[in-house]
Design a protein around this ligand. Sequence first.
Ligand SMILES: Nc1nc2c(c(=O)[nH]1)N[C@H]1C(S)=C(S)[C@@H](COP(=O)(O)O)O[C@H]1N2
Ligand SMILES: [Mo]
Length: 489
Amino acid sequence: MNEPFPAWLRIHHYVNFLFITLLIRSGIQILMEHPRLYFNDHCTPGSEWLKFTRKSVPTDRLYTSHDDVIATPHWLGLPGGPHRWFGMALDWHFLSVIFWIGNGLIYVGLLFLTGQWHRLIPTSWSIFPDAVATLRDYLSFRMPPEAAFHPYDALQQLAYASTVFLVSPLTIVTGAAMSPALAARYPWYSRLFGGRQGARSIHFLCLVGYLVFLVVHVTMVVVTGFARNMNHIVFGTSDMDLLGIWAGLVAIGLILAVNIVATRVSLSRPRLVQNVTGVLVDGVTRPLLDRMTSRQCYTKDDISPYFWVNGRMPTAPEWIGLYENGFKDYRLEVSGLVEHPMQLSLDEIKAMGKQSQITKHNCIQGWSGVAEWGGLPLDKLLKHCRPLPNARYVVFRSFGEGFEGGLYYDTLDLTHAKHPQTLLAYEMNGHSLPLAHGAPLRLRIETKLGFKMVKWIKTIEFVEDFRHLGEGRGGYDEDKVNFGWYAEI
Ligand SMILES: Nc1nc2c(c(=O)[nH]1)N[C@H]1C(S)=C(S)[C@@H](COP(=O)(O)O)O[C@H]1N2
Ligand SMILES: [Mo]
């Protein structure tokens, strides 16, 4: 009756715990980038169902989502720290999730191949009344005799089964629903969870579920025959000696050590971590997401009453002079590897064409918002300026600086530049682009995260490679905050 745990299951258990710790720590840091949770995709301040900040959003001055960030301590976040380290938290989250899912699939596969599923999956409805009875015992602090735990009691079986077969899949599918590429291509998918914010909130509730599970699980392991339980999960024996406890503590120590090293290496060698995680994460996500085109067509009723702003307003006298004159003297410079370099006024850009679309904006920090954007499809501009055969990327440079100093820029490949919903937007919700949202011209790329959409565009340049620009990562936030260039998750 007290069947030992097979070796694969014991190994899986600790590998799983390692990745869960990495996921929880990086996840908390990601959450703190926009410490508000909603069940609506407008993210209007005040409509949160839960917030982790005391700050309220002022209405008398510009308040950006960058101002809302809460820095996480290094022991809590992975790697922790202010916004500057946020990209690294995403790197760890996505890297860990690949291994966590891989480990989970092996586990579930072996569970069914070896018949071990009998431990977890209830086979009789009596599980529910039995679980209630067990719960009543616990609540009255009556410990059942130790033998009652082998095999699992009803409550334990329900807790394990629901964590493995309900909470974990739900965490995965809601995580995926936050991908801007997936949500742009299949808007119905994120609607299943009540939109991006519903998915984000459920993803958070799953985190709470894991934390509760962890606390109860560890407590029960300790109070219901610690020595035997530890021998059981570490060595697969039912011995009563202390060896299992010590070996288990060593395993937990190793997991702690990996966490410490991961934090330290991230802070001291960020580029190294960015390169290694980038290869793996892009390798898995790019084939899935990079070919997706946006199929969004929201209606006027979907437009958000409030739309968060991000980025630092340009302070360059050149831009200030332009806006004081209603952007009449604005000239967009189109240069680089093109047959026809151009200098375009706003009127000329408008005369080249206009497309309107109502789409959802997804900021990497977590918030979203729906707006109607009007502008020139970038593809049309390409037909006029005619990129040369060796042109592979388009560089968008802003009048404005980023939060770490230095001009904001980003790059896009020609395929995405030609996407049907890629726009040089000069209107938002039927009016000319508001100053804070990027006047006179901003980019809209509807399958990617917000940071790719350069605001206050000054120049467009076609290049063969972007490694000679900035710090060589293809964009300001890629250079400074370690964001991934593809920006599709
Ligand atoms: N020039 C410039 N463009 C920028 C940014 C910035 O800091 N500077 N922030 C980006 C980010 S992170 C987001 S989410 C969007 C926000 O657009 P919004 O302010 O119109 O909501 O702009 C993007 N474009
Ligand atoms: Mo963003």
